[in-house]
Write a protein that binds this ligand. Sequence first.
Ligand SMILES: [Zn+2]
Length: 76
Amino acid sequence: MVKSKPPRTFSYKRCPDCLTTLELTATVCIACRRRVGTVDRQGRAKRPVNYIGYLAALFWVVILMGYIWFFFIRSP
Ligand SMILES: [Zn+2]
């Protein structure tokens, strides 16, 4: 006879960085002040995607390409 596992539900989640127990509705860790996302299947909070970081990285790549173009590729 095969027992069907009930879906796991959590009444709390853990910060992915410092493993502090947080409420499910928490969006910021109370201990390390990092942003936390929704709970995953292991009961840990997911790290929210850092869009600002991606945008900043893209910005600096564009600046670098412009620099290379300006000083090395641009015809005099
Ligand atoms: Zn934390």
